[in-house]
Design a protein around this ligand. Structure first.
Ligand SMILES: Cc1ncc(COP(=O)(O)O)c(C=O)c1O
Length: 411
């Protein structure tokens, strides 16, 4: 069923705000989405009724808290079509990528090995691996992009051809270009050159807007974050093939992640608990469950259809403005909802400030993708990103704000 935006917006308290008497136009969901009441209620319910720690108590409150936390794990596993034993909760996607860097890459790669990544990665899916390469002496190669913002698959084939690529880190959807990458294709390329190549995907921008099946993608690990998919801040996850996770050693050590400890030895807990040291984010897990159920009720096919249609209108609106250049693919079937653009003669920060004065929230800056900014030949861009609660009513204020920025600032 198509999304009924006016009705849906009532579930999001922030969207009812006015800024200086103007309707709030929130076009920054690629940075962080808004939160529906159902998520706020789920977190509030935990704190008011079941407040206690998980996994440790035999009393009712502790059992309820444990149930909330473990239900979030099965909810997330169902949502991304994965095995709950492979779902490790982290505080965000950045920590999920670091977990992979510490628990797999740093223990397996060394001189002579190659890690393949791309020029369009968010720093979260690049810096942890670069850092490891600096310490361990393996090589990092980067898949370039084509002029229309797609990964250059011919170049990728060449980069894996010598069979030395043991690990691949690639975004499912770019937070700047919006490109939906063929991660399944990249995994196949890498494994054709080397059967045991491990493929790690940054799914942060994909999970909020596309139906995702971890099993069908055929990759080894998949990072995501709660706050971009209607959930709270402070929770994310690394989804890993359980067989691979079983072979991985812990990243953080302490309580919860052990089976037994003596004064001079330790054995690890079973997966996924082995990777969740200390008291976890219990309220946030309850909130994430509620967010997942909210998305499931709408249906991810409907979310994707809405996003695709609105992104088409957004692209049309932006390209109709004199002096505006849009980055990324124009083919909507390979594009997500983040649209980065430049306004000739106007600094992106001035575009953002003018839009803000009109109640329109967009992102400006390098979007934590400095290498990609260099490839595009810019220091920064403005980025508008629509989500399920946006509709075409949000576009005229965006266009008017950009035109006002041009009239005021363009030299
Ligand atoms: C593609 C991508 N990867 C990773 C991240 C990092 O997410 P978090 O800040 O929740 O760790 C972001 C956030 O903007 C992102 O867009």
């Amino acid at each position: 069923m198509p999304i009924d935006v006016p009705t849906l917006r009532k579930a999001f308290p922030t969207l009812a705000r006015e800024l200086d008497g103007q309707r709030l136009v929130y076009l920054d969901s690629a940075a962080s989405s808004q939160t529906p009441v159902a998520v706020l209620d789920a977190m509030d319910h935990y704190y008011r009724w079941s407040r206690s720690n998980v996994h440790r108590g035999v009393y009712t409150l502790a059992e309820e808290a444990t149930d909330l936390y473990e239900t979030a794990r099965t909810d997330l596993a169902r949502f991304v079509d994965a095995d709950p034993r492979g779902v490790v909760f982290t505080k965000n996607a950045t920590e999920a990528c670091n977990l992979m860097a510490y628990a797999w890459v740093r223990r397996n790669l060394g001189p002579g090995d190659v890690l393949l990544t791309t020029v369009m990665e968010h720093h979260a899916n690049l810096v942890p691996f670069q850092y490891a390469a600096g310490d361990l002496g393996f090589e990092v190669r980067h898949v370039p992009i084509t002029s229309d913002g797609l990964l250059d698959m011919d170049a990728a084939a060449n980069l894996v051809a010598d069979g030395r690529v043991r690990f691949v880190a690639v975004a499912h959807v770019s937070n700047v270009l919006g490109t939906i990458n063929d991660v399944r294709g990249i995994a196949q390329l890498a494994r054709a050159a080397r059967e045991d190549a491990v493929v790690h995907v940054d799914g942060t921008q994909a999970v909020p807007q596309l139906p995702v099946s971890f099993r069908e993608l055929g990759v080894d690990a998949y990072a995501l974050t709660g706050h971009k998919m209607l959930g709270p801040t402070g929770i994310g996850a690394l989804v890993v093939r359980p067989e691979l996770l079983e072979t991985m050693q812990p990243f953080l050590a302490g309580g919860e992640m052990i089976r037994d400890v003596t004064l001079d030895s330790v054995t690890w807990n079973e997966i996924p608990h082995r990777f969740e040291a200390g008291t976890p984010m219990i309220a946030e897990a309850a909130g994430l469950s509620a967010a997942i159920r909210f998305l499931e009720e709408l249906g991810m096919d409907a979310v994707r259809a809405h996003e695709e249609q609105l992104t088409g209108r957004l692209l049309e609106a932006l390209t109709s403005i004199d002096g505006v250049t849009v980055h990324g693919p124009t083919d909507l079937t390979v594009r997500g909802g983040a649209v980065s653009f430049e306004v000739a003669g106007v600094h992106p920060h001035d575009v953002g400030a003018m839009l803000s004065s009109k109640g329109v929230c967009v992102r400006v800056g390098h979007h934590c993708t400095k290498p990609l900014m260099r490839c595009l030949g810019v220091n920064a861009t403005a980025r508008a990103s629509a989500y399920l609660y946006n509709d075409t009513d949000d576009l005229p204020p965006l266009v008017e704000g950009i035109e006002a920025a041009r009239a005021f600032f363009a030299r």
